[in-house]
Design a protein around this ligand. Sequence first.
Ligand SMILES: NC(=O)c1ccc[n+]([C@@H]2O[C@H](COP(=O)([O-])OP(=O)(O)OC[C@H]3O[C@@H](n4cnc5c(N)ncnc54)[C@H](OP(=O)(O)O)[C@@H]3O)[C@@H](O)[C@H]2O)c1
Length: 357
Amino acid sequence: MAPLPRITAITVLAAAVLYVFTLDPSNMASLSRIAAIVVLAAAVLYVPVRRWAAGGVCESQARMDGKTVIITGANTGIGKVTARDMAERGARVILACRSLEKAEEAAKEIRNQTGNKNVVVHKLDLASLASVRQFAKVINDAEASLDVLINNAGVMGCPRWETEDGFEMQFGVNHLGHFLLTNLLLDLLKKSAPSRVVTVSSLGHAFTSGIDFDDINYEKDYDKGESYRRSKLANVLFSRELARRLEGTGVTSNSLHPGVIYTELHRYQEKLIHGAVGARFSKVANKIIEGFVGTFGKTMEEGAQTTICCAVAEEWQNTTGLYFSDCVPKEPSAAGKDDEAAARLWDVSERMVGLKS
Ligand SMILES: NC(=O)c1ccc[n+]([C@@H]2O[C@H](COP(=O)([O-])OP(=O)(O)OC[C@H]3O[C@@H](n4cnc5c(N)ncnc54)[C@H](OP(=O)(O)O)[C@@H]3O)[C@@H](O)[C@H]2O)c1
């Protein structure tokens, strides 16, 4: 947030708080004045808070004509906005989605909005290693190049479901599915260098102390929130280790936090809150969070900016191994910089997805 709106907002709020303390709450006139001040403070704060929440904007005008971009989970949310942006820049855009029906609908909308007919759909269910392998085969057989792979799809806060291969769902989809997918597309990415791998993580990665290698599949103890945070930490560690392994190939790898955006990602949120506040309050608490994120969080367009920046901006063409937020590199958590854990996670993941026995 720029200093001037911040100072204005804080001054107005402080003045309002001081004024409220001088009022007599038993008096109706005072109560209505309190209400008026609260509304005024909210109105004054809205613009600076929204401006701060909107974050950075991708200023790059880079065209993507002749380039091919794959985006996982591109039928909705920030993935769809990213796909539209890539199409506007002239790229061949491949929407990699588990529901062909939803993906076709999104592709049609993007083609109509951008006039780019080169927007196609392929089935990819990250909760199935067979589907990941099938998708990679289709791409490797048919595509001459792959310039940007955007690992965007994600699931948050679901019950302890398992993928087709018996992995806990959040770790399986958010990390393992993307891990296998990226590895299977690496030769094509190398052949197409300079090329980029962009992995959408979350600030949530910073709220866990690390990967529990003794219970990586959550067989002993499952916590929906912790599983999501660890899967997002796995995204950061994977991206970092990938960058190390790709040094000198011309393929970069960066991860990012998109911001807080009200999308379908929050579909299991009420159940998540249920655990914390109980059944009676979970509906109300969920509505409050929905209202708060909807009002003060990023729009989907704002939420897609950091992904777009990492995918196209000329200034980041040779940048690799970093974690971005609001379109600039930021420090990940200490656990997100643990290179030993990153190497161990790579090794364990290779075994889990069958790349190594
Ligand atoms: N929204 C936020 O506040 C926020 C904050 C930090 C990080 N992120 C990250 O941003 C990314 C995009 O999230 P979003 O907010 O745009 O969520 P979203 O609207 O729920 O989109 C998620 C996408 O992932 C897809 N997906 C889920 N499971 C899949 C599977 N098994 N195989 C293939 N695709 C699958 C969904 O497909 P269906 O439509 O078929 O379910 C959907 O297309 C995620 O990685 C998320 O962790 C979001």
